[in-house]
Design a protein around this ligand. Structure first.
Ligand code: GLN
Length: 544
C-alpha cells in the first residue's frame, strides 16, 4: 500500500487505543497521532471516542471534572479529545462520534420499552455489547468528506481495569471477530516511570496493565510507552518479553519539544509498518515535519493574560489555548499564558494586577455563573482604557458590553440578567433560541451564521473580507437589542449579527488597536495550519 493509492483498504480498518496505569498519559494525542499516520498513508480517517461515564454527554459536566466541553457543528457537547481529532485530522465530527455509557444504555432501554427484545432478558452481554458494536460500525462509516472513511481510530477513555469500562472492553473483544482480526489493531498506551539516582526505567506498571488487558481477552499488538526519556533497548526487550509482543512493537513516547512531533516520533519507530500502511513520501506528513520544526524555531514570545475562573485546570480551556498557540506559531512566537483568576482582580492590590499589566494582550474566555464577573469587567475596562489588545469570547463579549455600558454610557448597575435579575439596565438578557432542530433546548448550540454588516472592519478583514462566517456557539444570553443603538453611538460597534439581525455576534471598539469580542467560540474551529481569525488578530496586535 502506498500514499498514492486512493482507496487501498478493502473494508474498514480499526485501530483501538486503550490506556493503562493512570489517566492523563496522552492517550488522546497518541490516538490522534495514529490518525495522522493513517491519513498520511492516503486513507480517509474518522474517529470515535468512548467515554465510559453514565452521563449522556459532556454538556452537564463542570470543566473541573474532565476539562472543557468541546462543541461540534451539530451542537454536540462532547469530550475534549474530539477536539484533538478535529485539529489533527482536519475533520468535522458529530455528536455520535462520542459514545458514552449513558447513550448506549438509553438506546438499549428505549428498545426494551418498545418491545424490540421480544420477551428476552435484556443483559450487558449480549445486548449492551451488541449495541456498542453496532454503534461503532455505523458511525465509523460516516464522513464529512467526499468519500467514506477507510479507517477508524477508536479511543477507549479511562484506564483498563475500571469497572465502568468493562462492557466496552468486552464489546471490543467481540468486535475483532465481527470485523476480522486482520482488520483491527489494538494499541495500548502505558507509563514507564523513571526512578532512582540513575534514572532507571520501571516496566512493572506496564506489565501489570497489559496483564489486565489480556485477562479481559484483548491481546495488544502495539505498546506505546510514555516516559520522560527515550526507552532503552533493554527496557523495550523486557517489556516485550513480559507482555507478549515483539520488541519492535514496543514504542517509546518520550517527552518531545512540541505536540506535532508525536506522529513523527511514532512513525520513526515503525508504527506505519505495525499498522500495515506506508507513509513514505507523504505530503501530509511532510507538512507535520515543517510545522514541528517551525514551532521549535519560534524563539520570541508573546504573553497573553487569560482571565478566567477555571484557571486551576488548564484543560478547562484546552481549545482556547490551542487557538492561541496556532495563532502565536503563525506569527513565529512561543505562547506564554499568564493565568489570572478573575476574582483576584477584585482586590486592587493583588499581584494579579501586575501580571495583567505585564501581558501583551488580554483574553476573557467563556464561562457560566457569576463568580469572578467583577474581575473580568475590570480586565475589560483595563484593556479598553489602556488600548491593550483584547479578545472576549462568549462571556468575554458580554462582560465587555456590560463594562462599556456602566463606564462609558454611565448606566449604573448595568448587568446581565444571568448575574442580576433585577438590574436597572439589563444590557445582556436571556434569549433562548426557538429552533426547529433544537426544540425545548434553551442553549444556543453548534454552528450558526454571522453576517458581517460593515465593510471597514478589522475582524472582517481578518476573516478574509467574506460576507458571512459559520462558528460554533454555546450560550443562553445575548446583548439586549434595545441597547444596541445607544452602545453603537458611543463607538462600540456590533459588526456581525445573526441572520435575524437580532443577535449580536461580533463587537469591535473604534479607536482601539484591537478590541474584539465574539458571542461564538472561535477556538473550536482553529487548526494548526489555519489559525482562527479572532485569535490571529489578538496575537498580531499583541506583538506590535
Ligand atoms: N453564561 C453565558 C451565557 O450562557 C456565557 C456562556 C459562555 O461563555 N459559553 O450566555
Amino acid at each position: 500500500m502506498d500514499a498514492t493509492d486512493v482507496n487501498p483498504v478493502e473494508g474498514m480498518k480499526y485501530v483501538v487505543v486503550s490506556g493503562g496505569v493512570l489517566s492523563g498519559l496522552g492517550k488522546g494525542v497518541t490516538a490522534s497521532s495514529i490518525g495522522v499516520l493513517l491519513k498520511s498513508a492516503g486513507l480517509q480517517v474518522t474517529s470515535i471516542k468512548i467515554d465510559p461515564y453514565l452521563n449522556s454527554d459532556a454538556g452537564t459536566m463542570s470543566p473541573f471534572e474532565h476539562g472543557e466541553v468541546f462543541v461540534l457543528d451539530d451542537g454536540g457537547e462532547v469530550d475534549l479529545d474530539l477536539g484533538n481529532y478535529e485539529r489533527f485530522l482536519d475533520i468535522n465530527l458529530q455528536s455520535e462520534n462520542n459514545l458514552t455509557t449513558g447513550k448506549i444504555y438509553s438506546k438499549v432501554i428505549e428498545a426494551e420499552r418498545r418491545g424490540d427484545y421480544l420477551g428476552k432478558t435484556v443483559q450487558v452481554i449480549p445486548h449492551i455489547t451488541d449495541a456498542v458494536q453496532d454503534w461503532i460500525e455505523d458511525v465509523s462509516k460516516k464522513t464529512d468528506g467526499d468519500k467514506p472513511p477507510d479507517a477508524c481510530v477508536i479511543e477507549l477513555g479511562g484506564t483498563v481495569g475500571d469497572i465502568e469500562s468493562a462492557p466496552f472492553i468486552e464489546a471490543l473483544r467481540q468486535f475483532q471477530f465481527r470485523v476480522g482480526r486482520e482488520n483491527i489493531c489494538f494499541v495500548h498506551v502505558s507509563l514507564v516511570p523513571v526512578m532512582g539516582p540513575v534514572g532507571e526505567q520501571k516496566t512493572k506498571p506496564t506489565q501489570h496493565s497489559v496483564k489486565e488487558l489480556r485477562s479481559l481477552g484483548i491481546i495488544p499488538d502495539v505498546l506505546v510507552c510514555r516516559s520522560e526519556t527515550p526507552l532503552s533497548l533493554d527496557t523495550r526487550e523486557k517489556i516485550a518479553q513480559f507482555c507478549h509482543v515483539s520488541t519492535q512493537a514496543v514504542l517509546s513516547a518520550h517527552d518531545v519539544s512540541n505536540i506535532y512531533r508525536v506522529p513523527l516520533l511514532l512513525e520513526k519507530q515503525g508504527m506505519c509498518s505495525l499498522l500495515g500502511i506506508n507513509c513514505e513520501g507523504s505530503e501530509f506528513l511532510n507538512q507535520w515535519e515543517s510545522m514541528a520544526q517551525q514551532v521549535d524555531d519560534c524563539h520570541e514570545t508573546v504573553t497573553i493574560a487569560m482571565v478566567g475562573k477555571y484557571t486551576g485546570l488548564s484543560d478547562s480551556y484546552l481549545s482556547v489555548i490551542k487557538g492561541l498557540q496556532h495563532a502565536a506559531h503563525a506569527e513565529n512566537r512561543q505562547l506564554v499564558i499568564e493565568w489570572i483568576e478573575a476574582s483576584n482582580l477584585e482586590d486592587s492590590t493583588h499581584d494579579s494586577w501586575q501580571a495583567l499589566k505585564c501581558s501583551d494582550g488580554i483574553l476573557v474566555p467563556g464561562g457560566f455563573g457569576d463568580r469572578g464577573i467583577e474581575g473580568k469587567l475590570l480586565a475589560a475596562k483595563y484593556a479598553r482604557e489602556n488600548k491593550v489588545p483584547y479578545l472576549g469570547i462568549c462571556l468575554g463579549l458580554q462582560v465587555a458590553t456590560i463594562e462599556f455600558c456602566r463606564n462609558v454610557l454611565g448606566f449604573e448597575g448595568a448587568n446581565s440578567t444571568e448575574f442580576d435579575e433585577k438590574t436597572p439596565h439589563p444590557v445582556v438578557i436571556f434569549m433562548p433560541e426557538i429552533s426547529k432542530t433544537h426544540l425545548g433546548g434553551t442553549m444556543r448550540l453548534g454552528s450558526r451564521v454571522t453576517n458581517f454588516l460593515v465593510n471597514d472592519s478589522n475582524i472582517r478583514n481578518l476573516y478574509g473580507g467574506v460576507d458571512q462566517v459559520y462558528e460554533r456557539h454555546r450560550h443562553r444570553y445575548e446583548v439586549n437589542p434595545d441597547y444596541i443603538e445607544r452602545i453603537e453611538n458611543h463607538g462600540m460597534k456590533f459588526v456581525g449579527k445573526d441572520e435575524s439581525g437580532q443577535r449580536c455576534e461580533i463587537l469591535e471598539l473604534e479607536n482601539h488597536p484591537y478590541f474584539v469580542a465574539v458571542q461564538f467560540h472561535p477556538e473550536f474551529k482553529s487548526r494548526p495550519n489555519r489559525p482562527s481569525p479572532p485569535f490571529l488578530g489578538l496575537i498580531k496586535s499583541s506583538i506590535l
